[in-house]
Ligand binder design. Structure first.
Ligand SMILES: *Cc1c(COP(=O)(O)O)cnc(C)c1O
Length: 403
């Protein structure tokens, strides 16, 4: 029934009014975000708003997003299998390309099995709430990615957050969880490389602790796979704890240059997720050509070319670190902490005017007052790209520790 007190369309209560007020509030706080359209492919040299820019903002760490072998794999697959998958994997959407990709991933990761999802966000949202519910405890690092936080909240489990990389506090949460919730499942959630800080988790200690207290570990290797470890399998490989982690997640849209994500673990984990993961069950399977391109990317990562791309990436990481006079960065993500939101935006604007795309990262992605420029490096950057970036970054380095 119509309410005679409310004008048609809602008047002051209209959606439009709400949206306008909210956007004005965001803008006043200096936090308004806008989409930037690229008029070129996603590579290290891009065109946006008619301007040529050197791109230091992408997570395409190995330059695979435009690799000819990936394009070729996708082309062959779409000629063979078409584009759409038609349905959820469980209905009729599981195609040969999906199974092959999962075999490639489990082989590469030396895991019992892999299960793919449409995105990293979907992988987290589908896996964490399948493993834990209101009787259980989830303990997260303070800087975990939004999808891990959202997934933990969705699970209904009791949440505990430990300060970033603080293993003592993690241990006290583990003790608390075991004392209070004797029969519960306890899941520790951490990343290998933190996406806005570029630092790495003390993974060995975390694995020792979760073992000692009978907890499981969910490790998000989004920025570790392809970058860390002698064979590019991530921080778990680099620290020698691969066999001791219950659940690993990785994304296909970063170093693997495509789209989607995977969960690896034991065979039973895969069977369980096929039955219990809502983002897997109730969502259309990713397109076969994307899966075929991702399988090709995994093949490249595991072979000689992957090794050589990784060496190029690390040469760029070391060169930028030494040109900036900072300790050797532990990953391909190098934050230049600026502090105030407005100052970070201004610094990003300066870099843009000099022809470099380096995103300013602000609240709520990072804490208030910890705004930063986030530089990401790729194997595809040339020595000259890196050298000229260092020159324009130096004036903005005030808040970043140097050696
Ligand atoms: C990018 C990212 C995700 C999300 O992956 P998408 O495939 O982009 O949805 C999850 N975790 C971390 C740490 C990430 O950086």
């Amino acid at each position: 029934m119509e309410n005679p007190d409310i004008p048609a369309g809602g008047g002051p209560f209209s959606l439009e009014n709400f949206l306008r007020d909210e956007l004005a509030r965001i803008q006043e706080a200096g936090l308004l975000r806008r989409l930037r359209v690229l008029d070129s492919p996603q590579t290290t040299h891009i065109v946006s708003d008619g301007r040529a820019l050197v791109n230091f903002s992408s997570n395409d760490y190995l330059g695979l997003a435009n690799h000819p072998a990936l394009k070729e794999a996708a082309r062959i697959e779409w000629e063979k299998a078409g584009f759409g998958s038609g349905a959820s994997r469980l209905v009729c959407g599981t195609l040969a390309a999906h199974e092959r990709l999962e075999e490639m991933i489990s082989g590469f990761k030396r895991a019992g099995a892999a299960l793919c999802f449409s995105s990293g966000y979907a992988a987290a949202m589908g896996t964490i709430p399948a493993l834990c519910s209101s009787e259980d405890v989830i303990i997260l690092d303070k800087l975990c990615h939004a999808c891990l936080v959202d997934a933990a909240r969705l699970s209904g489990a009791q949440l505990r957050v430990f300060p970033h990389n603080d293993v003592e506090k993690l241990e006290s949460h583990l003790r608390w969880a075991r004392a209070k919730h004797r029969g519960s499942r306890v899941l520790v959630v951490a990343e290998s490389v933190y996406s806005m800080d570029g630092d790495v988790a003390p993974l060995r200690e975390i694995v020792d602790l979760k073992d000692r207290h009978g907890a499981w570990l969910f490790l998000d290797e989004a920025h570790g796979v392809g970058v860390l470890g002698a064979n590019g399998r991530g921080l778990a490989e680099a620290t020698g704890v691969e066999g001791r982690i219950e659940v690993q997640m990785g994304t296909l849209g970063k170093a693997l240059g495509t789209h989607g994500a995977y969960i690896t673990g034991c065979r039973l984990l895969r069977d369980f997720l096929v039955n219990r993961s809502r983002s897997f069950i109730y969502s259309t399977a990713p397109p076969a050509p994307v899966a075929a391109a991702a399988a090709r990317a995994v093949e490249i990562l595991g072979g000689a070319e992957g090794g050589s791309l990784r060496r190029s990436l690390w040469k760029n990481i070391r060169n930028l670190g030494s040109a900036l006079g900072i300790p050797e960065p532990p990953s391909a993500i190098i934050p230049i902490i600026v502090g105030a939101e407005a100052a970070a935006m201004a610094a990003g604007g300066d870099l843009l005017a000099s022809g470099f795309l380096v995103p300013a990262i602000r609240y709520p992605t990072v804490a208030r007052g910890a705004a930063r420029l986030r530089v990401t490096l790729s194997a595809s950057h040339s020595d000259e790209d890196v050298g000229s970036l260092a020159e324009v970054l130096k004036p903005h380095m005030a808040g970043t520790p140097t050696c």
